[in-house]
Design a protein around this ligand. Structure first.
Ligand SMILES: Nc1ncnc2c1ncn2[C@@H]1O[C@H](COP(=O)(O)OP(=O)(O)OP(=O)(O)O)[C@@H](O)[C@H]1O
Length: 674
């Protein structure tokens, strides 16, 4: 198997570091293409894995591949996602260092598939006791469940993740998975109520409708075809040809059982899914300028499914109560407001349901009490997006990608070069574009885009998307990465409308339409509807809409501020772990992508730098048993200890040839890795 792998993988270079013309982007691309044409989708840049989506089954993920890559040093076998998983897993066990695998790439490039392969690898490589098997099953089954509720067909990917996911897997000292925890980020909930042409709503809606379970469908009032539901028919696309909704529904049912969802919870969950569909079919008519319910039928169905009193629900759909200075003022809604409230409820219920599902999975994955464990994190988050029309969601997603790029720069380009300089190693700095300037443009206070948007959302008066854009133009109009009609020169003005702004992102220019920015940021759900939901007897709904929330006087954080703070927490988590990077491309790789990701710069740093670096402490701890002077304890400084160890092993000559100073000893790790 191993020989066969090497025989096949002879095209181009397996590691870009070996590329003769390593500064030439065309040569980089040519190597990638040459290998891709031979179905060799993986190539390294040092320890970073680059992959091109083959969009076809290559037969390289079976058990025999897992066995081949198990416990084999990273560079001994051709590049593979299993090699990354194995290296991270062994490093976590051998050095007791928490790991994370960061998978990046544009939408459809293959990130989710990669994260599943890593999970598959971990599950197959670790021990199989009963308890561990249960954890593995739950980790694996969390995927179909979260995909059903959080993925959808977009025009780029039939199974696009519309939420961000970070999963920590917890391991015991033997390397067996004993628990896990998932963090979810910003679900694209606007999809619940609207889909652009050719796109679908979240998979679960079609799965339930295609389930073929007549009893379930009858109970949920869902005996109609998907086209019948307004929340499913706007994209004129109810089928995704590469997605088998019926089969996936069975997978979801299985996953629910494995992840310990009780029968009552399953019923409550499907009732919520159905209630969202009925909400979409709730129509209003005008009576004396105000909204009236067009047909009682959907309201009765929603009330039944959510276990809410019909009259409370009816009144909540048509009125809005505001509390000011201790007084409650109720005013009736017009049609536009009623439709807004209906959609806000659909989005709110679904979004909270999604978070509830993650919480439930987490409780099924929670580690029993026990000693401290090691962690391996897997980040699979939406890739950079440039659509025909880009809105608030793309703004958040692209901001997230800026932050991840910042982390990549920080960990692979900046800190590494700084370290060499700090250590006094002769080093010619590699220049790179630092996208911190764009991160600051979005998140700085008080003049970043998020801060300005929040200020606009919170100020009295009548803020609109246009007043927000005016503020942006006045405050940051001259920023080199911001463009808007008002502040642009005559030539640029022709390319940008009055209701748009453009950000010059690290990955390209994206023009955002401001329509809906403030609404989506405010994320307002009228109090009456929240009150109605808190009276629900549906066991999930009442958990998601609490009395506490109703009583709280504190204004909830805006959507962008919440996202910003959850991203900054994510950065802290990722920074605390040893990262492995995987970059995914789709088939149409363009030079532009290679350039913006900083891969060429990374290659230059790799080429000029040291292949392996280990801190003295870790090195000494790992190898002290090889030298009587350092075993079991060395009483001097760790640096001296490392020197004693090396001297003992008679590597002095080699190391002095390589470099004059002791600190360059780090490089010798390469030679006596057991
Ligand atoms: N290694 C692979 N081998 C074969 N096909 C693949 C592989 N990786 C991805 N694909 C194909 O590409 C499709 C898109 O991949 P995936 O859903 O992982 O993309 P993504 O980067 O997670 O996209 P998004 O950001 O939209 O969620 C998959 O449904 C699958 O058909």
């Amino acid at each position: 198997m191993e020989n066969e792998l090497h025989r096949r993988d002879k095209v181009g270079v397996q590691d870009f570091v070996l590329l003769e013309d390593y500064t030439d982007t065309d040569a980089f691309l040519e190597n990638l293409e040459k290998r891709f044409n031979e179905n060799l989708i993986y190539t390294y840049i040092g320890s970073v894995l680059v992959s091109v989506n083959p969009y076809q089954e290559l037969g390289v993920y079976g058990d025999e591949f897992i066995q081949t890559y198990r416990n084999v040093n990273f560079y001994e076998l051709p590049p593979h996602i299993f090699a990354v998983a194995d290296a991270a897993y062994r490093s976590m066990r051998g050095e007791n260092h928490n790991q994370c695998v960061l998978i990046s790439g544009e939408s459809g490039a293959g990130k989710t598939e990669a994260s599943k392969k890593i999970l598959q690898y971990i599950a197959a490589s670790s021990t199989h006791s009963n308890n561990v098997q249960q954890v593995k099953d739950r980790l694996l089954q969390s995927n179909p469940l979260l995909e059903a509720f959080g993925n959808a067909k977009t025009n780029r990917n039939d199974n696009s993740s519309r939420f961000g996911k970070y999963m920590d897997i917890q391991f015991d000292y033997k390397g067996a998975p004993i628990g896990g925890h998932i963090l979810n980020y910003l679900l694209e909930k606007s999809r619940v109520v609207h889909q652009t042409n050719g796109e679908r709503n979240f998979h679960i809606f079609y799965q339930v409708l295609m389930s073929g379970d007549e009893d379930l469908l009858g109970a949920l009032g869902l005996l109609d075809r998907p086209e019948h539901f307004f929340y499913l028919n706007q994209g004129s696309c109810v089928e995704a040809y590469t997605v088998d909704d019926r089969k996936n529904f069975r997978a979801v049912m299985h996953a629910l059982r494995v992840c310990d969802f009780s029968v009552a919870e399953q019923q409550a969950l499907f009732s919520i899914v159905a209630s969202v569909l009925h909400l979409g079919n709730l129509q209003f008519e005008e009576e004396q300028g105000l909204a009236a319910i067009y047909s009682q039928e959907p309201v009765a169905m929603i009330a039944k499914l959510l276990g809410c009193p019909v009259d409370v629900l009816l009144s909540a759909f048509l009125n809005r109560t505001i509390e000011a200075k201790g007084e409650k003022l109720t005013s009736p809604l017009n049609i536009e407001q009623a439709l807004y409230a209906r959609d806000a409820l659909a989005k709110g219920i679904y979004d909270r349901l999604f978070t509830w599902i993650v919480k439930k999975i987490n409780s099924s994955l929670a580690k029993r009490e026990g000693p401290k464990c090691s962690l391996m994190g897997l980040l699979d988050i939406y890739g950079f997006e440039i659509f025909g029309t880009n809105s608030f969601e793309q703004f958040c997603i692209n901001y997230c990608n800026e932050k991840l790029q910042q982390l990549f720069i920080e960990l692979t380009l900046k800190s590494e070069q700084e370290e060499y300089q700090k250590e006094g190693i002769e080093w010619e700095p590699v220049q790179y574009f630092n996208n911190k300037i764009i991160c600051d443009l979005v998140e700085a206070k008080p003049v970043g885009i998020i801060a300005i948007m929040d200020e606009e959302c919170l100020r009295p008066g009548e803020p609109t998307d246009h007043t927000f854009l005016d503020k942006l133009s006045q405050t940051i109009g001259s920023h080199p990465h911001f463009v808007c009609h008002m502040a642009a020169d005559a030539a640029t003005r022709k390319t940008i409308q009055r209701d748009e702004f453009r950000l010059i992102h690290y990955a390209g220019d994206v023009t955002y339409n401001i329509q809906g920015f403030l609404d989506k940021n405010n994320d307002l759900l009228f109090r009456n509807l929240k009150e109605a939901m808190s009276q629900s007897s549906n066991i999930i709904t009442c958990e998601c809409f609490t009395e506490e929330e109703l009583l709280s006087k504190k204004r909830p954080n805006t959507a962008s501020s919440q996202f910003k703070s959850s991203l900054s927490q994510l950065m802290v988590i990722l920074m605390s772990k040893e990262p492995s990077y995987v970059h995914y491309f789709d088939e149409k790789i363009v030079l532009h992508q290679i350039k913006y990701l900083g891969l060429m710069e990374n290659l230059r740093v790799r080429r000029a730098g040291f292949a392996y670096r280990r801190p003295y402490e870790v090195f000494l701890q790992r190898y002290k048993s090889l030298c009587p002077e350092t075993w079991p304890h060395y009483h001097g400084s760790v640096r001296d200890g490392v020197h004693a160890l090396i001297t003992h092993l008679d590597y002095v000559m080699m190391t002095t040839n390589l470099a004059r100073e002791y600190h360059d000893l780090l490089v010798i790790w390469l030679f006596f890795n057991p």
